[in-house]
Design a protein around this ligand. Sequence first.
Ligand SMILES: NC(=O)c1ccc[n+]([C@@H]2O[C@H](COP(=O)([O-])OP(=O)(O)OC[C@H]3O[C@@H](n4cnc5c(N)ncnc54)[C@H](O)[C@@H]3O)[C@@H](O)[C@H]2O)c1
Length: 489
Amino acid sequence: MTRSFEKVGVVGLGTMGAGIAEVFARAGLAVVGVEADPDALERGRGHLEASTGRAVAKGRLSEAEQAEILGRVTLTTSLEDLADADLVVEAIPEVMDFKRSLFTDLDRICKPSAVLATNTSSLSVTGIAATTTRPGQVVGMHFFNPAPIMKLVEVIHTVVTEDGLADEIAALARRLGKTPVSVGDRAGFVVNRLLLTYLNHAAVLLENGLATRDGIDAAMRLGVGLPMGPFALLDLIGLDTSYEVMCVLFQESRDRRHAPAPILRELVTAGLLGRKSGGGFYDGDEPASSRADGKPSVSSVAVLGEGADEFAARLADAGFKPGYADDADVVVALSHTPVIELAAQLPHPSRLVGLHLVGDKVAEVASTVLTSPDATRAVEGLVRIVGRTPVLCKDRAEFVVDALLYPYLNDAVRMYDSGYAGIEDIDAAMRLGCGYPAGPFEMLDALGLETVRDGLRALYAEYRDPAFAPAPLLDQLVTAGVRSIRDLP
Ligand SMILES: NC(=O)c1ccc[n+]([C@@H]2O[C@H](COP(=O)([O-])OP(=O)(O)OC[C@H]3O[C@@H](n4cnc5c(N)ncnc54)[C@H](O)[C@@H]3O)[C@@H](O)[C@H]2O)c1
């Protein structure tokens, strides 16, 4: 049986629900929007009018079209008005008890053929479905914020979802102008599972003192081309929400990497929830922009390692004398980890600084336990002179960018290998759900499977976290000489 979805209910018209109601109305469907009480209903109406009003102001919608869209939406505080809806999408707060109680009511009120969907970000769709007498007709329809703009919808089916229903919901998402990605019911689905794990990892590295907040943010933004650094993004998502999602992920996986970073709990307890509370990782301040320091007070620089000639030539152009490792004022070791192994072989280990060039904008500046603050400052200045942003960090495996990026890519490979989601779906989810320039498998291909595998081995050797051990599939692909995971038969 192919269902027709013409009348849709949306319960909860807050941040997400109002946007979801707008999306359905824009696609020509009749929408019944339900709120908890008259005040909340007026706020919901305000969200709808403001959002469509902005589109009119930007010339993306005419006033007549706006009136038509708003005319398709009926607002009410009575769930009974959903009796003849073909589909109801729930967008009330992320609290299991609230959702279960609502679905019990919807199951009683809605016609037997109606499909019930939840917009939950992290809760078990199966657990919600189980409270109804129609678990086969309950799915997840996970929109992204802001719903009218973000193209991705994760469509979640459970083990008891009726055959074909997820496909019908995916077709509906396409009718709304969205790109659906179909997945099973695992905490966090694709986007939050991969994204929040990476953000949490960044918070752990910050706590460990690997680098500063601004350094890590700059490294990921300028070095990888992500739209925001992890701490700016955590503040935007909300630290309380992020903490809750991590708790749900951990509860399901018991994976140490999913355990929320203690700093998240501390900030949340202090009421520092991110942008919405006026403070979080950033206290209303902006990331410090790179300062144009004066010329470093060193005259001779020795450069060692891969790509040394090119870097030394740039420094020579800027007036620095090439030096030898035994007499130079500072010694720069390019891409040599751990840097300390080299330091132990030099006559002046305090002058040695590690350097890792990331893309064409960033250079990670790694100090060892023996490096003097003067040497670090000098290399920071040299990096600026060659036109890159320096990111100061400790001498740890893979420094900052790769230490964050490789485990995220590894997680994506494991996710694919577990049969949870396809390569194209995972790539599309991360591109469309996070605004990333490329999906994880596209990034893997660009970096090279072997480079990432070797980086993961180094991370595992350093931190001994099983999650950093290369996914067996990644290892096998490298051993087999396969260049791209897409080349698999
Ligand atoms: N905010 C996001 O970025 C985002 C993104 C994707 C998914 N989600 C998910 O969407 C859901 C809603 O999140 P939100 O950010 O829109 O929350 P919100 O707090 O902005 O809105 C929730 C709305 O539900 C209303 N409500 C509460 N109980 C109700 C009831 N019994 N009946 C009718 N209305 C009720 C509230 O009055 C409020 O307006 C959550 O499950 C959340 O995890 C949120």
